[in-house]
Ligand binder design. Sequence first.
Ligand SMILES: [Zn+2]
Length: 435
Amino acid sequence: MPCNVEALPTSSADDLPSENQGVLALSLSEDGTTQVSMALELEMDRYTALDASLRRVTRVFERSEAQLVRASFDVLSSTFSYHSHVMSHSGKGARATAAAGTDAIAAQIFGWLSSSRLFLDHSRRLLSQTFGRESAEFHRFEAATNWCYDNSISYRFVDQLRNAFQHAGVPPISINGTLDESDGKTVLRLIARRDQLLDYYQWKRVVREDLSRLDEDIDVYELLVGSVVQYEFLAAQVRDVLRVDALAPARMLKELLSEVPGGEPVALYLGRIHVERRGEEHEKLSMTTSPLVAGQVESVLGMPAIPGPPAETPPCIGDLIAGTDTRQSDCPLTSSNLISTPHAEGVALIPTCDLHQRQVAKWAVQNLGAAGLLHPSLLDYMVAGLAAAGHNSSTVRSPEEVHALRRTREQLPPLGLDLSPSGWKVPQHPDLGDS
Ligand SMILES: [Zn+2]
């Protein structure tokens, strides 16, 4: 911490205790130098308790591996968009471009799989070391990962793909241009042939069954995108555990801040001054300090609670046919995400599985102009939040309700709503927006 220890109020060495601790205020003097002063002295016991509290509050804001997972997926996503763009303009060279693009994308997939493993391992370690393996906090995270595994085909696939990469090498993926019959445009997709993918690795039985129910050409990128919302859900669980743990400490610190006398300090620190004496002269002055950020204290107290895994997961709305808004076939899967879309009265939330997520999102973009992706754990949370903000919302579970939404298209309000809890990031499919 940069500070000028000479500026401490040391009228004489005799007055200075050998230890003292409390709230230190950093301020700027008129000549531009920084001064540190003891704004509020604290008893040792209280100081120790507050110092521990401060650590629990700042932990909520520390960088986490979840950011690494996000950054890594952003790179993967832009690499895919870039190569798709180059390929669609490279004419006769498209085949060579596709091969080079596939290598770059495979490398990015491996990087993203590694960072998501890091996130899972680190989160487990953090929660078990902080709260214990038998704690409710640790069990909450375990229950959340189990929920993802049980409900998301994409999450299960990604979980296994990580091992597959390590034991069987690069999966048999390629970039293919396919004609989208609904709008007559060529869409570039990251494809693996189903039989080749099944032969490539000794998949667990459940993933083998998942892959068997997919098209002959499996859209691998779509599976990867489907798992992103699950990793966001897990990251939100960790942050919420830390938020709950920091609530009581934040209240203690808020009370402390209210006791600090006014004035205009640049910054406050919780700190301890240690003076080593030799004879009458004080020889050495050392300080340990931690920034005491009022904004973080307020932020912890104001953060919305994030729900854990839902007790009941709505079923997928199914295989919608774009033109008629009818269902091609019933989908037996539970929903692993919600498509949010604006309509005349507010926002509609449509539950889908990983396999129908893109199709329903595309429907929402074409018919209502916008689509976002959320986690099913947020269903009740979003409905309550929208109602509290004076907006209507509906959950749409049948093709008839979907059709009714289409009729409201002409009276769309501007979306202008922040549908996400802070930090919740909605992944964009590269070819979703161009329809
Ligand atoms: Zn489905």
